[in-house]
Design a binder for this molecule. Structure first.
Ligand code: SF4
Ligand code: SF4
Length: 325
């Protein structure tokens, strides 16, 4: 049976373009299967199956820029040590993006139905945010940005200060169209730092030398250790400072970083810091309850790691002359 009218992929593209504006998703790119091919070749079939890549005709890679985040939910006591929360965790930006991608999927499905087309099963329009998939590599393949010397995705207009998410578009809805080949697998633009020029601001700002301009040493990265309770490498412990969770140093140093977000977050509001002493003594249950629904409430973040981080803040405050913690 033949049908006249626009191809389903065109309807989906038009729908996403208009919903992205309404939903505050300023940065997105659509990747078809051929654009993703170099990436998919590196991913085991079981992982492709697990995350819904097998049955997808295309996907949307989206970035939501974060800013300073909300103010503290209650006034922070002066003279008390406070444990800092990195920008990306001051609100649940991931949850904000997940909900927007869900709304985007709903609008695309409605537009397909209005055009007399089948949208495929609702659950096959999967949203993946902060998932186990290498979302940064997919966003690169989709053309959403380039990888900086910091290892972060640099999104034009937003820089590295974004959270990333994906929306799978089922093959049944998308059809066979495959009209954007994406960034070639051997393109030099895939290399970290390809668009950084002479800049080395992130390398210079990193307090632990986790960046050397060409490589990223995860074992020296503060962010990598923030959720793990194991003994810290000495360089990481020495540079810990007042952090409870996350490290903003390489993000904030980047000249492309723009502390502007198109949305005022409403989910998981934590603000920039919390009292370190209280956190250092909190039980697992108290921490679970305190951080439920926030970025710090993710299941893989160990309660003992948070207490250890808070203790380091107290120790740093004492060493700096802040008195007995
Ligand atoms: S997050 Fe912090 S420790 Fe990790 S690479 Fe960036 S600046 Fe270095
Ligand atoms: S700080 Fe400079 S070198 Fe680092 S990612 Fe940003 S532009 Fe690239």
């Amino acid at each position: 049976m033949s049908r006249s009218g626009p191809e389903p992929s065109r309807i989906i593209r038009d729908s996403i373009q208009s919903s992205a504006g309404l939903l505050g998703i300023e940065h997105y790119a659509i990747a078809t299967r051929s654009a993703l091919k170099p990436f998919l070749e590196t991913l085991p079939p079981e992982a492709q199956e697990k995350y819904g890549l097998i049955g997808s005709g295309a996907l949307v890679a989206a970035a939501l820029a974060f800013d300073e985040g909300p103010p503290p939910p209650f006034p922070l006591e002066e003279g008390q040590p406070h444990a800092a929360i990195a920008r990306f965790a001051r609100a649940n930006w991931y949850g904000e993006l997940r909900d927007r991608l869900e709304a985007m999927a709903g609008m695309a499905r409605s537009d397909l139905v209005a055009a007399g087309l089948l949208p495929g099963r609702r659950r096959s329009w999967r949203r993946l945010v902060n998932s186990g998939l290498p979302e940064r590599a997919i966003a690169l393949a989709a053309g959403l940005g380039r990888i900086g010397r910091s290892g972060l995705l640099l999104v034009p207009g937003a820089g590295p200060g974004v959270v990333l998410g994906l929306l799978m578009i089922p093959q049944a809805a998308w059809g066979e169209a495959d009209d954007s080949p994406g960034l070639p697998a051997d393109s030099p633009e895939r290399l970290p730092g390809a668009t950084c020029g002479d800049c080395r601001a992130c390398v210079e700002a990193c307090p632990t030398d986790a960046l050397d301009g060409e490589h990223f040493d995860r074992q020296r990265c503060i962010q990598n250790w923030a959720s793990r309770a194991q003994d810290l490498p000495p360089a990481v412990e020495a540079a810990w400072g007042s952090r409870l969770y996350g490290c903003d140093a390489c993000t904030e140093a980047c000249p492309l970083f723009s502390a502007h977000s198109p949305v005022a977050p409403t989910q998981g509001l934590l603000g920039p810091a919390l009292p370190a002493r209280e956190l250092s003594m909190a039980s697992d249950e108290e921490l679970r309850s305190r951080f439920k629904g926030t970025t710090i409430g993710q299941a893989w973040i160990e309660a003992e790691a948070l207490r250890r981080n808070a203790r380091l803040v107290l120790r740093g405050s004492f060493d700096a002359g802040g008195g007995i913690p």
